[in-house]
Design a protein around this ligand. Sequence first.
Ligand code: ADP
Ligand code: MG
Length: 445
Amino acid sequence: MQYTSDSLWLEILETLGETANNDIYLHQVSPQTLDEETFYIAVPSDYTRDEIENRFLSDINQLLAGIISPGCELVISVDTTLAIIPESEKTELETEDIIPVTTGLNPNYVFDNFCVGQSNRICHATAYAASQDLGGEYNPLFIYGGVGLGKTHLLHAIGNCVQDVSPKRKVLYVTSETFMNEYIDSIMNRTSAHGFRSKYRKADLLLIDDIQFLQRKEGTQEEFFNTFNDLYLNSNQIVMTSDRSPSMLENLEERLSSRFEWGMVAEIDKPNFELRLMILKRKCEEQGFDNIPDEVLHYIAEIVTANIRELEGTLVSLKARASLLDEKLTIDLARSVLNDTATLTRSNSRNRIVTAETIQKIVADHFQLQSNDLTSAKRTKGLVYPRQIAMYLCRELTQLSLIDIAEVFNRQNHRTITYACEQIEKQLEDDETKKIIQILTAELT
Ligand code: ADP
Ligand code: MG
């Protein structure tokens, strides 16, 4: 059979099958000419050429040897004019194939109502800078930190700010879980694959939340990798959040996590007392809580240190409790509602600096263990409980972030710490655990 360059290329795509059909780079190819020895194709960028050479060249050469003649080889040239979509095709693409896109933005999360303190200053500054210079110095921007510290808020704030200033820019906020679900729908042909791709690859600003969710999702990682490259090459801005730093992401392809570090990586940490108080005051203004005494706000800011979601939650539930009881929200009411043990450990902690090492030592002594038993991976019954106690005390008595605490305990994942703290919090209701915490806290402070 006589091949034209076009029919040959189609045949190659067909023979390569599924992988080729889903590959964005192969779809950018424009077949050029063909003779016995060489098949010439053109692509829009060096990057596309490299991708095709790295992943498909040897397969394609093998096919050419079989179809055309032994020794026939593929030669790829770069023609940047291919990157420009002709007007006629453009309108067709835009009208037919784009899923109607909503931005997914929550209008309540803006820079204006984001309080800034030491723990989030850098994150806030880089997020703001990125919003002012899409695709610039801070591309991609990677924000990480523990639960409830304001990552999602900042992500929306960037999007809202860009939308306000330039409504024509395409802004897209998704969680990485949504990204995965839509990707799966598209490969199962429940929605159009082209629609899926153009939705993501046409964004001027892609905000993708909780990227740690992509760990172990190889297929979605691959798709995200392609999306990322496409956006990045076109100088479109990508902002991601995660509960841990790129290097702590497990089961994520190295080529992906290393790209996350190309622009700016910023950590958001637990708020200090001043920031906690500032957030409470702002929340009161927003909610119209105008008769809460300062000492109550101070008290809440002292007690609730873990994260901002919890801080806001405590304020709102205290306020609700007061109106339910038809009482004023006084310091006595606040005290009686909030856990006594927590009060004890947290207020004491302000008097003395306690280190994680001291905590490990005191806890190990108390349970007659070696300090390194607490940091080991052993999961014997006698170890788990003391270790959880030690982790809990680190969170309560030190200024360390969850990630720092995970590190001192040789844990990869700071969720381990969150889990441990939750376990101990549950057990604080029984006298045994409460007593141990009181004794150890007294000893430490
Ligand atoms: P994360 O995504 O890190 O888990 P969120 O962004 O969902 O945390 O924040 C939890 C809650 O705390 C939200 O209601 C958010 O508005 C609020 N919040 C977080 N940081 C701040 C801040 N610096 N100023 C005001 N509110 C904040
Ligand atoms: Mg979040």
